[in-house]
Design a binder for this molecule. Structure first.
Ligand code: ZN
Length: 243
């Protein structure tokens, strides 16, 4: 894998073991320019960093060595893991994000991302379902990499997971209301997938549902649990049980 090195001072100085690396967390920068993003990621005062940075033109920069903990995830939860920085590799994709003009990720950028993910998955034996978005692990605070991130395309390359539902059935089920009983089944399924529910406050569930939709039902992100969401979550779990 070809990359240039620009070191960020923002990382834990203690080395971590190879086997502590279990996740890849995908981000977008959410800033006006690549230059601005890099300055922030390498500024001692910002206290943020990532292991890799991928420019729009596909060029990869390495900011922090894999064997050091970079500061990209913040307060986060996934499955039984808490504060995922120590167990993950963080990858930042240049994109202005929802605040400054969210655009499709560039082809070259994505092909570089696929290359890096493939290499990391192999090197650290990362499970494909452990490639997640920042919004998945911090749904109350974050919305990156967002609904334009092509999770399905990546899943076709065995990076992350996707469903194999019938598309017609899904479209038919969109916005179809479901009973409270099925809503609670949906929440249970989301927990099994890895989403963390802090408590039962309605506003928070709304945000977690949105995070799920940004990842797996990108056509409509309304935070409402409908029949389509129910079907997708069930299917994801069924697939994950297959050997
Ligand atoms: Zn992020």
């Amino acid at each position: 894998m070809k990359y240039n090195v620009i070191y960020s001072p923002n990382f834990d100085k203690k080395r971590r073991s190879k086997k502590s690396i279990k996740f890849i967390v995908i981000h977008y920068t959410g800033m006006q320019s690549e230059r601005e993003s890099l300055i922030r990621l390498c500024n001692r005062k910002s206290n943020v960093s990532s292991h890799y940075f991928i420019k729009n033109n596909g060029k990869i920069l390495k900011l922090v060595e894999d064997h050091h903990v970079a500061w990209h995830a913040g307060k986060s939860n996934w499955k039984n893991y808490k504060n995922l920085n120590k167990n993950s590799i963080g990858i930042e994709l240049a994109n202005k994000g929802h605040e400054f003009g969210y655009t499709n990720f560039k082809k070259k950028q994505l092909s570089s991302l696929i290359k890096i993910c493939k290499a990391l998955i192999k090197k650290y034996k990362i499970k494909r379902e452990n490639v997640v978005g920042h919004s998945d692990i911090a749904p109350l605070r974050k919305i990156d990499p967002g609904e334009k991130f092509p999770w399905k395309k990546l899943a076709n390359r065995k990076i992350g997971i996707w469903h194999n539902c019938n598309n017609k059935e899904l479209t038919r089920s969109r916005k179809i209301k479901i009973s409270i009983k099925f809503k609670s089944i949906f929440v249970k399924n989301l927990k099994k997938i890895g989403y963390y529910f802090f408590n039962k406050k309605k506003t928070k569930i709304f945000k977690i549902v949105k995070a799920f939709q940004r990842h797996y039902r990108q056509e409509l992100i309304d935070g409402i649990i409908d029949k389509e969401c129910l079907i997708i979550a069930k299917n994801l779990l069924k697939n994950s049980k297959k050997p």
